[in-house]
Design a protein around this ligand. Structure first.
Ligand code: C5P
Length: 254
């Protein structure tokens, strides 16, 4: 995959309703093998309401006034498929560049960060496997970080609805107060410099986190949650696709 040329459109500019600055680069990670999903096409490409699954999150970010540019991270051998089956089928307002995925999700995000123009103050990392993200949720996360200089980031998350158990083997060790627990989702929005520093530190310390916020938190960065809903599911198993199809189908009707 050739290195993308610097894009003049990536300069932060004032656009959109409410004069929101376009100062955010989206990184949509779509480089997973989707083994648990079990479709040889890869779950990013399975059809959801008539389009490849990853198209829906790309469109949600394209509509977000804060987003100036979109980086899609995918396996190098899938890049022509992304161009042909996904990008060329959509009418997008924002420039999109591809970056090669890595072995882990964290490697993929780091690869995407490598092509984010540093003049874009914020970066919004999103799993392509969450096609139901809404533009308002993206904007809410960006607005939260933009509004509070003490924040390194803001992530979409959902209050725990189940009672949680700390289990060792099969034995319950504790039942923590669930009001303190939230399930992290994406997008996860950060000041670009803070996330880049967190990824550099993770490489240096050989740290593997399960999300980007954890990398920033371990450096002492303050990250807040923005409340989300169950709709923003991560399509992981084949049965998740039916749920996504029902929710999205309903939205498209209204
Ligand atoms: O595997 P999982 O569903 O947790 O992956 C979350 C997101 O990270 C997916 O959108 C997947 O495509 C992406 N990913 C990636 N590179 C990897 C592994 C996962 O971009 N090496």
């Amino acid at each position: 995959m050739s290195a993308p040329a610097p894009c003049p459109c990536a300069r932060a500019e004032r656009v959109g309703s409410g004069d929101v600055p376009a100062d955010t680069c989206a990184i949509i990670v779509a480089g997973g093998s989707g083994e648990r999903f079990g479709d040889p096409r890869g779950k990013q490409f399975v059809e959801l309401c008539g389009l490849p699954l990853m198209s829906w999150s790309i469109m949600a970010f394209d509509r977000a006034p804060s987003v100036a540019r979109i980086v899609v991270v995918c396996a190098p051998e899938r890049s022509s498929q992304v161009e042909k089956d996904v990008l060329s089928q959509l009418t997008l307002a924002k420039p999109v560049v591809l970056a090669p995925s890595g072995v882990t999700r964290q490697d993929s995000v780091r690869s995407g960060l490598g092509v984010v123009p540093r003049e874009l103050e914020f970066v919004a990392v999103h799993d392509a496997a969450r096609p139901l993200v809404e533009t308002e949720q993206i904007e809410a996360c960006v607005a939260a970080v933009r509004a509070d200089a003490s924040l390194a980031g803001a992530i979409l998350a959902m209050r725990s609805i189940d009672t949680l158990k700390l289990v060792e083997g099969t034995t319950i060790i504790a039942t923590p107060d669930r009001s303190f627990y939230w399930a992290a989702q994406t997008p996860q929005v950060f000041r670009t410099a803070r996330l880049a520093a967190a990824h550099r530190a993770a490489v240096r310390d050989e740290y593997q986190g399960t999300d980007d916020a954890s990398l920033v938190e371990r450096l002492g960065g303050r990250v807040r949650v923005v409340e989300s809903t169950r709709d923003n599911i991560k399509v992981t198993m084949p049965e998740d696709l039916a749920i996504a199809e029902a929710t999205l189908g309903q939205r498209l009707l209204t």
